[in-house]
Design a protein around this ligand. Structure first.
Ligand code: ATP
Length: 360
């Protein structure tokens, strides 16, 4: 895809902020020519190799290449890319239904069968990626959205391919990136990764979805990582008393230390919890449900942490602007100035997720 050098604002009217990430904002866009709504992911790029803020152009190019290769109904679609000196803008499909977890938390009761309808779509998207030897490496609730929450059957959309990677034949790929509660031991130990790494994350997401409990999460990231390495997780009866045995079996076949022993997305789709063989299995699934009280608590806490991070980022941005003014920048281009200021402050853990080694 050729990157356009035109000014985004000439072609799109820029609207409200939909979300913020490590390297910029996502905003609504209205295409001036057609009135069609899109989302624009504005990513600050590094001016030079020494700058510590912003992301390298090559990283955005990689995200663009992967998104182009991933045209699937359950994966956010890419339309266009614009670039200028300080930032790149990905024009993507607008996903207006919010996060899956928020949608579920807004309900009074959700059966396993209903939860499975969403899980199936996640597995289909992930299976499609894995067939192309692409791993997401950052599957977590924040990256699982819904296209339209008012539809009868809301459609899952996976987002944020910033950490994704396409494996080349025989390639060994290692990375310490990810979000502590969702990563397996091969990430922590800096061992070769594979598409099976995503399957672990799906195991963690399913565990949380059914119980409102995060299987390995502890008071600190360090403790969380220790729990993962020790494979320390269980299904406390007082939390999982509404969960079917097949659901637990499904999770147990994903939270497996040896990546080659974990179920693949294809195997998940034919697991009997997802694809019941008997009427009894089907009835069990309908009778069993998400632990809503606990799930709502988990989600409220998660949202609180997200807004804490957002406030932290805004404060930091304001401080950087002040710094720029104090050093009387001649041309007043604050954006350029910002990307050259050394960032020596302590970030909240979730903002350090791209480098796990410094995440505690
Ligand atoms: P991170 O730092 O988490 O990697 P990022 O900079 O890669 O973030 P995204 O995760 O892609 O950015 O997007 C940030 C937030 O913007 C998302 O959590 C989501 O709330 C919102 N968002 C992203 N893409 C869309 C979209 N296509 N439609 C609507 N909202 C979106």
């Amino acid at each position: 895809m050729a990157f356009k050098h035109a000014n985004v604002e000439d072609l799109y009217e820029i609207g409200v902020v939909l979300g913020s990430g490590n390297f910029g904002q996502v905003r609504t866009l209205t295409e001036r020519a057609t009135g069609t709504q899109w989302a624009g992911k504005f990513i600050k790029t590094r001016k030079n190799a020494c700058s510590r803020l912003g992301i390298q152009r090559s990283a955005v190019e990689r995200e663009v290449d992967l998104l182009q290769a991933l045209q699937h109904p359950n994966i956010m679609a890419l339309k266009d890319v614009f670039e200028n000196r300080a930032e790149m803008v990905l024009i993507v499909e607008l996903i207006s239904g919010g996060e899956l977890f928020d949608f579920i938390a807004g309900k009074d009761n959700v059966s396993e069968s209903e939860a499975i309808e969403f899980l199936k779509q996640i597995l289909e998207a992930v299976g499609f990626m894995h067939n192309k030897q692409i791993a997401h490496f950052d599957l977590k609730p924040e990256n699982i959205m819904l296209s339209d929450k008012d539809a009868e059957h809301p459609n899952i959309k996976l987002i944020d391919f910033g950490l994704a990677h396409q494996f080349k034949q025989g390639e060994e790929y290692k990375s310490m990136c990810g979000t502590p509660q969702y990563i397996p031991s091969e990430v922590i130990n800096y061992e070769p990764l594979s598409t099976a790494t995503d399957m672990w994350s799906i195991g963690v997401i399913t565990y949380i979805l059914l119980s409102g409990l995060s299987p390995f999460q502890d008071y600190t990231d360090e403790e969380t990582l220790k729990n993962i390495l020790a494979m320390k997780f269980e299904f406390p009866e007082h939390i999982f008393n509404m969960t079917s045995d097949l659901a637990k079996d499904f999770i147990q076949k994903l939270l497996v230390k040896d990546p080659s022993e974990r179920m693949t997305a294809e195997e998940c789709l034919i697991h009997q919890w997802i694809q019941p063989l008997t009427r009894k299995q089907m009835a069990n699934r309908n009778r069993s449900s998400i632990n809503m009280k606990n799930f709502k608590k988990f989600n409220a806490k998660r949202k609180w942490k997200m807004s804490y991070n957002m406030v932290w980022m805004c404060n930091r941005f304001l401080r950087l602007q002040l710094l720029c003014r104090q050093s009387s920048v001649a041309d007043g281009d604050l954006r350029d100035c910002e990307s050259d200021v050394e960032d020596t402050e302590t970030k909240p853990a979730s903002l350090m997720r791209r480098r796990l080694s410094s995440s505690s």
